[in-house]
Design a protein around this ligand. Structure first.
Ligand SMILES: [Zn+2]
Length: 324
């Protein structure tokens, strides 16, 4: 560990030691305080001996980000104690619950549109983002995929959720909304993190405006055939400044929009990837079905294609049909 970090952690520990000593003077009967003080003393002692930051089980270095978050950590991730493992699992379970709460209502109908979605993280939390926001007689829909996986991706996903929830309550034009979200998002991502995303506004008269920022093509299907709406911009978070241009399509009653993440398009078996062509024919075959039936058919075909191979990507499917 670099001298700078060690110095920082040492100052942190000395400060904690002083605070603990003060607290113990006021509450000498509190045994948890004296236990903590012993741990702080032992960490300071390890710093003196030069063994600080090494796992007590395997003697490898403990992950630096974990030490910075908790300078008392004594084991690497591979050698957590049972209690530490259980605490980590509880945190993840809670994060998963918080993320589930952010999903839109199942089977939501608004402004003459009916919807269905399937949201399946590969681990406890997902970097996929899916939202349906009815506002002022319109239906906003957003589906995105934050780069990376796990907790870091899920935190950025929750930020996108908050951004779009607040932006859709303004009467800002959709393109401006996406630029604004990009600007704020850009300031919070680390280099190399970004989100591909489709954001749309469906009006009661069947008109739909769609912005596809670096995401997979949206498939539109109906009596008139099948149409792909390709990306017209870069993913969010890559560059802070940027214009986002949209596409407008007119949907008739019974026409459906189908959106998905790479859990579908990049699902693979021993020989091949599922791919956008298979998705296009799937949507063409199911064009006259309800959104829920289309999603169910998509999941059936994915299972038949990928077989028992464990999934490697978060999976989200979203279907939106003009019903009136
Ligand atoms: Zn270890």
């Amino acid at each position: 560990m670099a001298t700078l970090e060690i110095n920082f952690l040492q100052t942190q520990l000395e400060d904690r030691k002083r605070r603990l000593e003060d607290a113990i003077a006021l509450a000498p009967a509190n045994t948890s305080l004296s236990g903590l003080l012993r741990e702080v003393d032992s960490a300071l002692e390890r710093m003196d001996k030069g063994s600080y930051g090494l796992c007590q089980e395997c003697h490898d270095t403990v992950e630096q980000d974990r030490l910075l978050a908790d300078p008392l950590v004594r084991y690497c991730l591979d050698h957590l104690t049972q209690a530490e493992r259980a605490a980590l699992q509880r945190d993840l379970d809670l994060a998963s619950l918080v993320q589930r709460k952010m999903l839109p209502e199942a089977g939501l109908r608004a402004g003459g549109w009916e919807t269905s979605y399937h949201y399946a993280p590969v681990g406890p939390v997902s970097g996929d983002y899916c939202d349906l926001i009815p506002s002022d007689g319109h239906l906003f829909f957003v589906l995105g995929d934050v780069s990376g996986k796990g907790v870091a991706a899920s935190m950025l996903m929750t930020q996108l959720h908050a951004l779009f929830r607040s932006l859709t309550s303004t009467s800002m034009p959709l393109g401006q909304m996406v630029s604004q979200a990009n600007r704020v998002f850009c300031e919070s991502v680390l280099a190399g993190q970004y989100a591909t995303l489709v954001c749309g506004q469906a009006r009661p008269n069947g008109e739909v405006e769609i912005h596809n920022a670096g995401h997979w093509p949206v498939i539109v299907a109906g009596r008139g055939g099948v149409l792909r709406i390709e990306s017209t911009g870069l993913p969010l978070g890559m560059f802070c400044e940027g214009e986002f241009s949209g596409t407008r399509v007119q949907l008739e009653v019974g026409d459906t929009l189908f959106l998905y993440t790479d859990g579908l398009s990049e699902a693979s078996n021993a020989v091949d990837e599922f791919g956008v062509d298979r998705i296009t024919s799937l949507v063409r075959q199911q064009a006259m079905k309800s959104p829920a039936e289309m999603i169910a058919a998509g999941l059936d075909q994915l299972r038949a294609f990928a077989g028992p191979e464990p999934r490697v990507d978060d999976l989200t499917l979203l279907a939106i049909r003009r019903s009136a």
